[in-house]
Design a protein around this ligand. Structure first.
Ligand code: ZN
Length: 75
């Protein structure tokens, strides 16, 4: 994430997830990957942000479902 770029947009649908200062209004997935020697993208860093709706659609396309762990806390 570039520090001067104070806007987070879903790379999938283009929705603005967060802009300016303060706390993001909604949750999103941030992925940052530094590709190494064994990839075809050696020396590149790629990053993207995905909103929750697009994330849900994305993981639905997986062959193996994501593992869900319920966080149970005593109130
Ligand atoms: Zn989206």
């Amino acid at each position: 994430m570039k520090t001067k770029d104070r806007k987070i947009i879903c790379n999938c649908c283009g929705k603005t997830l967060w802009e300016g200062a303060g706390i993001p209004r909604e949750e999103f997935l941030h992925v940052e990957k530094e590709w190494g020697y064994f990839s075809g993208k050696d020396g590149e860093i790629q990053e993207f942000d995905i909103c929750e709706a697009c994330y849900d659609q994305w993981v639905k396309s997986f062959q193996i479902p994501v593992r869900t762990i319920e966080i149970t806390e005593l109130v």
